[in-house]
Design a protein around this ligand. Sequence first.
Ligand code: HEM
Length: 357
Amino acid sequence: MLELNYAYSMDAFMTYQFGLRYGSNFIQDTQKRQWYLNLFFSRRPYLFWVTEAPKFANRLSKLLGIRLIPKWVDEATHHLESWNLDICDKAERLLSETDEISPGDYPVIYAQERKAMRSTYPDVVKSYSSSPGGIYPFRYQIASDMYDHNAAAHETSGDTLTYVYYEMSRRPELQKRLREELMSLDAPILYPPPENGPQNLPDPKKVDSLPLLDAVLMETLRLWVAVPGGQPRLTPFPPCSLAGCDNIPPNVRVQAYAYALHRNPEVFPDPEAWNPERWMEASPEKLSEMRKWFWAFGSGGRMCIGNHIAIHSMKHNIAAAYTNYTTTIYEHGSMDLAEGFTAGPEGNRLSIVFHHV
Ligand code: HEM
């Protein structure tokens, strides 16, 4: 499930980012998906140095020839970046050379950032008008952002979905209730689609407002946080007070952990239990307290920029699966949350059996 969920999350997101023509097709293209995921995850043990002490790692390498990050890690990153840059180049050509782009092929996110950059820095755009060799404005800036987005998208959502399947597979009666709820949609996501039934997907707002589906996802994001690592911030000027400490000078790095916040027993009684019902049975006051402590996507100026598309994409995945199938666990490795800034199941393995209903 893990690999398939990464593939689904990447495809769902990249289709929005680059359109159907240039977005990934990792679900069907097994070879490409394994190429990508192997490169992406092989760098994991070295991410600490890249994110937390890049200058130190760089200097050690340049001055003393000691590499904390092996050369092949840089090479793996280079391959992934080149793959992404190539897709950006194609999206750029599509936008600059095609008069009418079909809605399915429209690279929504790429186009939005391109438009924002161009209108914010018109002088830069002018200076590029005579550039040779197909070089275009903001090529690397936009590609860097696009890479950041699709890397952020597939891992977090893939890990979360894997835990959804794990937990749901242990609760057959909950699967039944969820299916009943999903079948109440005007256009249930039936597979195969019935000959005389609705051929369209249901209204996304209706999918979003299904209470049990929402509770299942919220509870999974609470217990199995996809970003359990510290989310850092710098203190502002003038000195501030925080968590009972006064006079903290500016520019001090402080951080909080969604993992810990989500396990406060006063807010989430029996916090280690996966209990979606807690989101449905809480009083309005309790619910607003729980939502205040819910920090799966962070908050403030650096909050996850993809939280809406992530929820949209994951809810549709769960809805499509549990409208048509029941699931049972076949086998799995350790499902404990691994350690890391982002994390999925430690054992890296979950096999599920799908039974068509
Ligand atoms: C289950 C799904 C996801 C989870 C749990 C998640 C969680 C997070 C968290 C905790 C942060 C840091 C927030 C902070 O420091 O306050 C973050 C940042 C970010 N996320 Fe997500 N994310 C998810 C999906 C996505 C998707 C689909 C995208 C695609 C655009 C995305 C793009 C980003 C980006 C670009 C940032 C950095 C924002 C910034 O620093 O300005 N994420 N995410």
